[in-house]
Every structure is written in structure tokens, then in C-alpha cells.
Design a protein around this ligand. Structure first.
Ligand SMILES: C[S@@+](CC[C@H](N)C(=O)[O-])C[C@H]1O[C@@H](n2cnc3c(N)ncnc32)[C@H](O)[C@@H]1O
Length: 312
């Protein structure tokens, strides 16, 4: 089968928004090639066990790639995508070089292309993410291993927003907690919550591809008795109150459901949000506070922010 690769050279700040636009346009899978990956400090800090090839990355900025089946609607879809990306300027999102290219590829080439960038990586004190196709021997007995094949869903676990959510979950999830994971992607955060001894995890995503990938990864990590995956919009499928709600989506989306999150989080429970670029930090904090949350902690990594908020 022939696919069209859409490639967009932009800034770190715009990656989430553009990935979201690609997903909404029906793209199966988004690949992010970030020039800063080459010199990330946390590689040394956590003793990551791989080296990246500089030739695989842009010299500056970030390339976001997505893949669409070469159908008769392709030209219109590409135009809609370009327009949606151009409109991001209205949200004060810096698009940087703003260079858009398309090319045709074979399925075999792209389905596995991203795997070369993805190796076991220690994400936090306790979590190490291991791609399913790699061998890995735990270094210590309290290390928690998340096996992952993100397939075409967002969530290799290594994006700064995911890393901060994993670090926050590690800090706050207690044995027996009920956790909700809004926009589960590959299921990485739900698996983490289950490994931290949550009693029950409600994972959900709007994207069918993500729901499928999350279910597969949850089985792979043998946490299917704890995590249930739903196809749904934001908190629509959630009926039960939770000790922790985590949402790694976009600032603009988070700000639309802080009231709903407040009623789903139990008193004294926590709402962890990420997918927030630094420029939107204060807007999200204000929305959370308006809904009744108190801000407990703000985590920052590269251009990204995660906020831990408590329902009093
Ligand atoms: C940035 S990814 C996060 C994936 C994963 N939780 C992680 O931390 O790596 C955001 C996810 O939210 C999903 N999403 C976007 N809008 C949504 C909505 N309105 N309701 C549910 N899920 C949504 C996307 O499909 C995507 O899988």
C-alpha cells in the first residue's frame, strides 16, 4: 500500500498541536525528530544505554512526520492540515521555519522506520521503558519496567510531557488508588499507574488507533485486570470518582474540562496535567484555580510544563 508522508519542520512548542492536527486529519502515526534529542542532559543523568545518530535528526527545530493513505481526498486533507497549522499562530504558537513537504512511501518503510530511534530508556527513579523488540535486564530490584510498542499511537514514553507525567505519578499514586488517564495514547501512563499498585485504572482516548495500541500494551504488561480502556471524549465515559486523574493533552483542551475534572477527582485527590507549553502555564494554572483546585507543584522540562493540582 502507498502512503503519503507529510513532514513539517517547526519548533518544539508547536509539536503537540501539530501532532494533534495530524491525528485529527486521520493520520496513522506521528514521528517526531527533535534536534535537541542529540544533546539531552538526561541521557547522562540516567545513564541511558543508547546513542543517537545525528544524521537521523534535523540540525535545528523539530520535524513532525505523519502518514496518510494515498487516497483521492489527499489533496483536500493536506490543504486542511496546512490551514489548521497556519491557524496555530492565533494561539500564539511559534511555528518556526514552517516548512511543509510531502512524499510517497511504501507501508513497509514507514511502519518500522521510527523503531531505530527507540531503545530502553530510564525515565525516572523507578521507571524504565523497554520497546518490545529489545532485550533488557533490570539493574535494580525496585525498577519498574514498562514494555511498550506504541505502534501508531502517541506515547513512546520519552516525550518530556510523558516523562513529567510518569515522574508525577511515581510521586503521588498510592496502593489501592483509582486512576483516570485522559488521552492514554499508547497506554504508557495507565500501565505506570497499575505498576504503582493502583487498584483500578480507567484509560480513554478519542482515537481508535490509540485505544487498540493501549489495549495491546496493557496485555503485554499483564495489567489488564487493573486497566480498562475506553473509546471516548475527555471524561464522558468516567462515572466513578478517582484519587488521581492524569491528562497529557494540549493546554487548550485541558482548559475546557477543568470543571469536569474537579467533580471526578475525590476531595484531597490530584489532577496531573501536561502537554502544556511554557507560554500557556499561567493560563492553565488560572483555569485550574477557577475550577477550585490548588496548585501543588509545577514541573518543567525543555519547553514543557506539567502541573500537579489538588482538589481541597
Ligand atoms: C500527547 S498524547 C498523550 C499520550 C500518553 N498519555 C502519553 O502521555 O504519552 C495525547 C492523547 O490524547 C488523545 N486525545 C486528544 N483529544 C482527546 C479528547 N478530546 N478525548 C480523549 N482523548 C483525546 C490523543 O488521541 C492522544 O492519544
Amino acid at each position: 500500500m502507498k502512503w503519503t508522508e507529510l513532514s513539517f519542520l517547526t519548533t518544539n512548542e508547536a509539536v503537540e498541536a501539530i501532532s494533534n492536527i495530524f491525528h485529527e486529519a486521520g493520520a496513522s502515526g506521528v514521528v517526531i525528530e527533535d534536534s535537541t534529542e542529540i544533546n539531552k542532559e538526561r541521557e547522562d543523568q540516567f545513564g541511558e544505554i543508547y546513542e543517537l545518530n545525528p544524521n537521523d535528526f534535523p540540525s535545528k527545530g523539530v520535524v513532525v512526520k505523519a502518514y496518510l493513505p494515498a487516497s483521492s481526498f489527499l489533496a483536500e486533507t493536506v490543504e486542511e492540515i496546512k490551514l489548521a497549522i497556519a491557524n496555530l499562530i492565533n494561539f500564539d504558537i511559534n511555528l518556526g521555519e514552517n516548512i511543509f513537504t510531502t512524499s510517497e512511501v511504501n507501508e513497509e518503510d514507514w511502519a518500522t522506520a521510527w523503531k531505530q530511534y527507540y531503545h530502553p530508556v530510564k525515565i525516572s527513579e523507578r521507571f524504565t521503558i523497554v520497546p518490545t523488540w529489545e532485550e533488557y535486564t533490570p539493574v535494580s530490584t525496585d525498577e519498574l519496567i514498562i514494555e511498550l510498542d506504541p505502534g501508531m499511537a502517541f506515547g513512546t514514553g520519552t516525550h518530556p510531557t510523558t516523562v513529567m507525567c510518569l515522574q508525577a505519578l511515581e510521586k503521588v499514586v498510592k496502593t489501592g488508588d483509582v486512576v483516570v488517564d485522559v488521552g492514554t495514547g499508547s497506554g504508557v501512563l495507565s500501565i505506570a499507574a497499575a505498576l504503582l499498585d493502583a487498584k483500578k485504572v480507567h484509560a480513554l482516548d478519542l482515537d481508535e488507533v490509540a485505544v487498540k495500541a493501549a489495549r495491546e500494551n496493557i496485555e503485554l504488561n499483564q495489567v489488564q485486570d487493573i486497566v480498562e480502556v475506553f473509546h471516548g471524549n475527555l471524561l464522558d465515559t468516567v462515572k466513578e470518582q478517582a484519587d488521581v486523574v492524569v491528562a497529557n493533552i494540549l493546554a487548550e483542551i485541558i482548559m475546557t474540562f477543568t470543571d469536569d475534572a474537579f467533580s471526578i477527582v475525590k476531595p484531597n485527590g490530584l489532577f496531573i496535567t501536561s502537554g502544556i507549553i511554557t507560554a500557556k502555564k499561567d493560563d492553565v494554572k488560572a483555569a485550574l484555580e477557577n475550577s477550585g483546585f490548588t496548585i501543588e507543584e509545577v514541573l518543567m522540562m525543555e519547553d514543557w510544563v506539567a502541573i500537579i493540582a489538588r482538589r481541597p
